[in-house]
Design a binder for this molecule. Structure first.
Ligand SMILES: Nc1ncnc2c1ncn2[C@@H]1O[C@H](COP(=O)(O)OP(=O)(O)O)[C@@H](O)[C@H]1O
Ligand SMILES: [Mg+2]
Length: 252
């Protein structure tokens, strides 16, 4: 379980998160939603131990994040940033293999290669396994980076807007795949989503943020109301139920 207590984070003199308390339930697909600048990326990257915190604590499986050895943390928590910087000319296969680094330290074995093959297959990346990242479309590249994170095979998977560049088929497939990981492999996924209908359709649990604060959290059934979305986005919305599933759309 991941527990955040009295967490405060700032950039230079700009306070983003102040005294935030949050427990992320295990073995759920959690959608983190909220307006631009709410602090979603800041929060996720702090849990990934990328962004330093000012005060408070982040406890992962009963151990303070500062007490985790880097190797152990990388085998337990994977974090995919919102934007990827391409440092080198790399093929899709090799990028995904990099996800195995915390496990094998570069001495890749048969099991590592098998994981890569499975990920390529699951994410529909096999046809472009030998292509260079800088020659792919934005959505293909995004899927390759998600593949790297999947190959890391961690209990906690933190994804910052992973489906933002994906077409309808691939975002649907990605959501199904993540849901299946949660259901069959006991993983916990926390993902920032702007597509509210994907959030309502797939998330087991919603966490909503505005101005650095958690506004509401709970199941889609319990908390997804027009009032919530009005508060989050200053936008009038309608929520309907279609084929037994809640859908939200903003007024035109
Ligand atoms: N590296 C940074 N340096 C300074 N300010 C930042 C940095 N990253 C984010 N911020 C600021 O922190 C606030 C929250 O940003 P962010 O966590 O990226 O929000 P979200 O992901 O919800 O859109 C914003 O006001 C943003 O301008
Ligand atoms: Mg963000």
């Amino acid at each position: 379980m991941i527990q955040l207590t009295n967490l405060s984070i700032s950039y230079q003199d700009h306070d983003v998160i102040q005294n935030l308390n949050l427990t992320l339930p295990d073995n759920q697909l959690i959608a983190l939603i909220g307006s631009n600048g709410a602090g979603k990326s800041t929060l996720l990257s702090a849990i990934g131990r990328i962004t330093p915190i000012d005060s408070g604590s982040i406890i992962i499986d009963n151990r303070n994040i500062n007490d985790w050895a880097s190797d152990d943390l990388a085998k337990t928590v994977a974090f995919l940033k919102q934007e990827q910087q391409l440092m080198m000319r790399l093929k899709v296969f090799d990028l995904i293999l990099l996800g195995r680094y915390p496990h094998s330290k570069g001495h890749y074995n048969e099991a590592d290669f098998q994981v890569v093959v499975d990920v390529l297959e699951s994410l529909d990346l096999a046809p472009i396994a030998d292509e260079y990242l800088d020659q792919l479309s934005g959505g293909q590249r995004q899927r390759a980076f998600i593949g790297m994170v999947m190959a890391q095979d961690t209990k906690y998977i933190l994804l910052d807007e992973p489906v933002a560049a994906l077409d309808m088929k691939h975002s649907r497939n990605m959501m199904r795949y993540l849901k299946q990981l949660v259901q069959t492999q006991n993983k916990s996924v926390v993902m920032v989503l702007h597509d509210l209908n994907l959030a309502l359709g797939y998330a087991d649990y919603l966490i909503t943020m505005k101005d650095g604060e958690i506004i509401h959290q709970g199941t889609v059934e319990d908390i997804a109301t027009p009032a919530l979305f009005r508060q989050l986005y200053d936008c009038e919305v309608t929520i309907s139920t279609i084929n037994g599933r809640k859908v939200v759309y903003p007024e035109l």
